[in-house]
Design a protein around this ligand. Structure first.
Ligand code: ATP
Ligand code: MG
Length: 298
């Protein structure tokens, strides 16, 4: 979709439901039956009919008087990787941080608009920001393990949340999901600082997974890593999308095309274009997107 389109993009359920019900004359007679039939039909027609996991509507965000995000409307599909690209300062990290209410930890900020995760307004007065951050986990650009053992890094979230299950099993499962277990299983009780940068980043992914989120936000998670560590992190992301909804910021166009299903191009606080990744890179709708992805600016 583009900023010129109505809020419901081509991937929204509304579009698909309308198309599906048009083929089903009996669905028109009874409102509820029509809805149900249309929903069934929609879910049978196309994978694009899936409800977005995250629905952002007319999001505006300010740092003091800097209007950093301007009227962003987009849907993020479940169990897919969505890449955010755009030149430095366009608002990618700001948008990412809005998705788990981390921006409100910064003084002097204002947010307008709605963000729903599984239909729940994450900024509603009765929504607990701590719960939001548990459900929507964040991995940062620079690996930031705690000065503790590998085991303690992963177990930390579970321990402060009073997890009553088997912590050993949780640590192993999280490290396996982050594709790090085999490399560290014999040194779980040594310092996380003994790991390489790429291993530390996968440890941070494991730590985030250990609090059992369903959305993972990643802000340039591989930009500080060498090509081998980068490809490990990319493989990990590709495996994780089977269970998680992933939103990743990257400046690396090859990386976006390798790992993401959809790509959103931001420019000066606005969403210029969001489309399936192969389309956005090979047949962009907007001249500005084309200029950026072909390296003519940015
Ligand atoms: N903590 C902050 N306080 C005040 N202004 C900020 C803060 N973080 C970002 N900004 C401003 O918001 C705008 C968007 O910044 P943001 O960090 O979201 O961009 P970005 O696309 O992630 O850039 P980069 O690719 O360089 O990381 C910029 O004008 C920036 O100066
Ligand atoms: Mg950034």
């Amino acid at each position: 979709m583009t900023t010129d389109d109505p809020p419901n993009d081509a991937h929204s359920p509304t579009t698909s439901v309308d198309e599906a019900s048009a083929d089903d004359a009996s669905a028109v007679s009874n409102g509820q039956a029509a809805d149900e039939d249309a929903q069934t039909a929609a879910s049978n027609t196309a994978s694009t009919a899936v409800q977005p996991k995250i629905k952002i509507e007319d999001l505006n965000f300010w740092y003091e008087d800097n209007h950093a995000l301007q009227g962003i409307t987009m849907g993020i599909q479940p169990e897919q990787v969505t890449a955010l690209i755009g030149p430095s300062g366009c608002g990618k990290s700001t948008l990412l941080r809005c998705l788990n209410r981390m921006n409100e930890l910064i003084q002097g900020t204002t947010l307008e608009g709605t963000i729903r995760v599984d239909g729940q307004d994450i900024y509603a007065p009765n929504t607990d920001p701590v719960m939001v951050r548990r459900r929507v986990g964040m991995v940062f650009q620079k690996p930031n393990p705690f000065p503790k053992t590998i085991y303690k890094n992963v177990a930390w979230g579970a321990e402060i949340n009073g997890y009553t299950g088997d912590i050993d099993a949780l640590v192993e499962r999280s490290l396996r999901q982050a594709a790090l277990w085999d490399e560290v299983k014999d040194q779980l009780h040594s310092s996380a600082y003994n790991l390489s940068g790429g291993q530390q980043q996968r440890l941070c992914i494991a730590r985030t997974l250990a609090v059992e989120p369903d959305v993972l936000l990643m802000d340039e998670p591989a930009s500080a890593l060498d090509p081998i560590a980068t490809s490990k992190v990319e493989e990990t992301i590709t495996e994780l999308k089977e269970k998680y909804t992933i939103v990743i910021v990257t400046h690396n166009m090859q990386q976006a095309s390798r790992i993401s299903d959809e790509t959103a191009f931001l420019y000066m606080g606005r969403l210029i274009e969001m489309n399936p990744t192969d389309q956005l890179f090979t047949r962009p709708e907007k001249d500005r997107t084309e200029a950026y992805v072909t390296g003519r600016f940015g």
